[in-house]
Design a protein around this ligand. Structure first.
Ligand code: MTE
Length: 449
């Protein structure tokens, strides 16, 4: 790229760190100019950005002091090894946090902390930024006391300790987990300002554990009549979910590892179920029991919640698969394009049915589409990263991404979903996301279809 003709644009990061509950309420009420106020309120960070810009301008005349004057750290001894027995991010990254959406639930123990998708690269979610969804708070379970019982239609019911489980054959696989309620606030209209809140009930990790099929075989499950497996958690919510036997035997994992270390307590330490492609609620955390049966259990979270309300008033049950979806994470809502010129449009795509085949990007609200570059690896039921270069001329634009998976399924428009599901649904909103770029460079969440 010729940088004189096509200079690289700068991006002002999303302002989640200084959004108040009132600001979020203002967006929900349809007011979008709050971002300007929020930026002014964040005077300190703005000043830093401005002085960096001034430095760059100075540099062309007098030479850049950031290059010419050696900083203290280049002339002294750095910190010793193991100063942090467990490494933590740089202090300059302190704004990258998972965040609760103010006012979403009454009690934080039964809420969601959204992953900061706008600040993540590639496809792996760092363990400390994995989204959290608890029905009755998280717990830190002593692995020495934790047990997994397998019972029901099995010839040899068993209780496993963590040691027992970790001695069995294991697999490690990269998969996304998405809550069925991700993007649920957007069913009726635009509700939240940034990608952290529109899509942040989503993460992707390498999970390690015992294939569920190995445990079922070990306990001699009834191959003729055993059609379902009930998974039950040890927390106060006693989360119970029915998993169909073909899925249980396919690629489900009883996992203890996440990105090379033990699961974090918030994510089910020491044991959770991984059901690739299926909505997050079935990934039962603090897993304490698996029961084989011949019919679905229609548990509380399968009959009152996690059901799809249709316009007829009927509720659709057991819609487990997370259908193909994608979103542009940079630039995204709340960010600001500071210059005309080149931008790397980057985002993620995923499908609960297999691999992502293609992602198309539009800059004009869906009139024209350009195929984006899919980065390696592209794995089944995992996030895929896409990138595409774009030169912003300074005019208004609507940025969108549209994913297609290997089964041929194409990510729908919100109007197409509403035609079938109405506007009062909660779960499984996999619509195309639109980000409006104003002439000012401000990026905001809009619905154009
Ligand atoms: N398992 C138990 N035992 N208790 C819970 O509250 N929440 C479920 C699921 N498993 C839950 C649970 C829901 S709704 C989701 S979306 C995922 O866990 C979230 O997993 P995470 O917190 O690791 O992101």
């Amino acid at each position: 790229m010729n940088s004189d003709m096509n200079p690289v644009g700068r991006l002002r990061r999303a302002p989640e760190n200084f959004l108040s509950a009132e600001d979020i309420a203002a967006v929900a009420a349809g007011r979008r100019d709050f971002l300007k106020k929020a930026f002014i309120a964040a005077g300190a960070s703005l000043a830093t950005g401005a002085s960096a810009h001034a430095l760059a301008a100075d540099a062309s005349n007098a030479g850049d002091p950031a290059i010419l004057e050696l900083p203290e750290y280049s002339k002294t001894l750095g910190k010793p090894v193991a100063a942090n027995g467990y490494g933590v991010p740089s202090k300059y990254e302190h704004n990258l946090q998972r965040r609760e959406s103010p006012g979403l639930t009454r009690v934080s123990a039964a809420s969601v902390a959204f992953a900061p998708l706008q600040g993540l690269f590639g496809i792996i979610t760092p363990n400390g930024l994995h989204f959290e969804r608890h029905h009755q708070g998280w717990i830190d379970v002593d692995p020495g006391k934790h047990r997994l019982m397998v019972n029901g239609m099995v010839s040899n019911a068993k209780v496993y300790t963590m040691d027992d489980l970790m001695r069995l054959p294991s697999v490690s696989r990269i998969h996304f987990i998405e809550c069925g309620a991700n993007s649920s606030m957007e069913w009726g209209n635009v509700a939240v300002p940034t990608v952290q809140y529109t899509h942040g009930m989503l993460s992707c990790c390498e999970f390690t554990g015992v294939p569920l099929s190995v445990l079922l075989e070990d306990c001699g499950f009834d191959k003729k009549n055993g059609k379902f497996v009930l998974a039950e958690g040890a927390d106060g919510s006693s989360m119970t979910r029915t998993i169909a036997m073909d899925r249980a035997l396919d690629d489900a994992i009883v996992a203890y590892g996440m990105n090379g270390e033990m699961l974090r307590p918030e994510n089910g330490y020491p044991l959770r179920l991984v059901v690739p492609g299926v909505q997050g609620v079935s990934w039962v955390k603090w897993l304490r029991r698996l029961k084989v049966g011949d019919q679905p259990w229609a548990a509380k979270d399968e009959s009152i919640h996690y059901v799809d309300l249709l316009p007829t008033g009927q509720l659709r049950q057991y819609t487990s698969i997370q259908e193909t979806k994608s979103v542009i994470t940079a630039p995204s809502g709340g960010q600001m394009l500071l210059d005309k010129g080149f931008y790397n449009i980057s985002g993620i795509a995923w499908s609960g049915r297999g691999k992502i085949k293609r992602v198309d990007v539009s800059f004009d609200g869906g009139h024209n589409w350009t195929t984006a570059r899919l980065e390696n690896p592209v794995l089944p039921k995992a996030l895929a990263r896409f990138n595409l270069g774009w030169t912003w001329s300074g005019g208004p634009a609507i940025l969108q991404s549209r994913a297609l998976d290997e089964t041929g399924y194409v990510q729908p428009k919100i109007s197409e979903l509403r035609a079938v599901r109405g506007t009062r649904s909660i779960y499984h909103n996999n619509a195309i996301q639109s980000w409006k770029v104003a002439e000012s460079g401000e990026v905001s969440n809009v619905q154009t279809y």
